[in-house]
Design a protein around this ligand. Structure first.
Ligand SMILES: Cc1ncc(COP(=O)(O)O)c(C=O)c1O
Length: 324
């Protein structure tokens, strides 16, 4: 039995359809109690602030967020007894607002983008709220270093990881997870994914689109650019097509940023595939055998392995018409 809902944070690593001669495996982060990867930094930022004596239960917290961090913080704030105000752009999905409200958080919607939400959060800070600052707070990447990265290492067992693919919002996931994985696999490639129409890393210019969670329009302090070998872009409509394919063909229900990292993972896997190797395909759903599959043309360990992250569930996007 777990002592708290906060002790249930963690997710499985699951193989998805992969090109011949390679394996793609992804962290299905919707398994976290708040339904996304953001439960990890939410818990770590509050834990670190308590440890440093910056906050204590009963305090008023504020955070600008496009959604999932707000839900993660609302969950942790409820479990640890904090008041929380979330400031978010008004165009983000309805489901996210309702979930935060269900956890008891106050919501403030602002017209505009994340920059406008940040400006409003700064005003509330001046009125006495304490901001955790997911874009600057080192506890955000640290959460992924200590949990996402560590879990992946345990879950791949003896296999070597050739590439890690992740989308970029605050940069917490790619920087923390990437740093931990690189310690074990120094030659592993790290590939960042960003929206094609808001490609700050690729072009130096911000743009605008409706990608939720990815492409904040600026380079976050928490993004460790030195770790990144390559940046790939994905159009929103292609990412959404991929979400529909993942749901209908694979039974994997995820949101836009996951669709984007799925497409880039396939690109990378095709590049590094060794088609002569008979790599394992996704096993049957009713395969009870505990034994790892042994392909004919080589050992599983030899198959090039791409690891990625699917941040949240497609259920969080139903009202956007994504699956209609
Ligand atoms: C749906 C979704 N995808 C991707 C990301 C990007 O993660 P990170 O902020 O760790 O870069 C986020 C972050 O909020 C998100 O909510």
């Amino acid at each position: 039995m777990k002592g708290s809902i906060l002790d249930t944070i963690g997710s499985p690593l699951v193989q998805v359809d992969s090109p011949e001669g390679a394996t793609i495996a992804t962290k299905i982060e919707s398994f976290n109690p708040g339904g996304s990867a953001k439960d990890r930094p939410a818990r770590e930022m509050i834990r670190a602030a308590e440890r440093e004596g910056r906050i204590e239960p009963g305090d008023w917290l504020v955070e600008p967020t496009s959604g999932n961090t707000g839900i993660g913080l609302a969950l942790v704030a409820a479990a640890r007894d904090y008041d929380l105000t979330i400031v978010m752009p008004a165009d983000k999905s309805e489901e996210r607002r309702r979930v935060m409200a269900a956890y008891g958080a106050e919501l403030e919607l602002v017209e505009g983008d994340m920059e406008d939400a940040r400006a409003r959060a700064n005003e509330l800070e001046a009125e006495g709220a304490i901001q955790l600052g997911q874009f600057e707070n080192p506890a955000n990447p640290e959460a992924h270093y200590k949990t996402t990265g560590e879990e992946i290492l345990e879950q791949v067992g003896d296999r070597e990881i050739d590439a890690f693919v992740a989308g970029v919002g605050t940069g917490g996931t790619i920087s923390g997870t990437g740093r931990r994985l690189r310690e074990e696999f120094p030659d592993m490639e790290i590939i960042a994914v960003e929206p094609a129409r808001n490609a700050v890393l690729s072009t130096g210019e911000s743009g605008s689109d409706n990608f939720q969670g990815m492409g904040p329009g600026f380079v976050s302090d928490n993004l460790d650019l030195d770790l990144i070998d390559r940046v790939e872009t994905v159009k929103l409509e292609d990412a959404e097509d991929e979400c529909r394919r993942l749901a209908r063909d694979e039974g994997v229900l995820v949101g836009q940023s996951s669709g984007a990292t799925s497409l880039v993972s396939q690109r990378i896997a095709r590049e590094i595939a060794e088609p002569d190797l008979d790599c394992p395909t996704v096993t049957g759903a009713f395969d009870d055998s505990a034994a790892a599959p042994e392909p004919d043309g080589g050992r599983v360990d030899d198959c090039p392995l791409v690891v990625t992250v699917f941040w949240d569930s497609g259920e969080r996007y139903l009202s956007t018409g994504l699956f209609d």
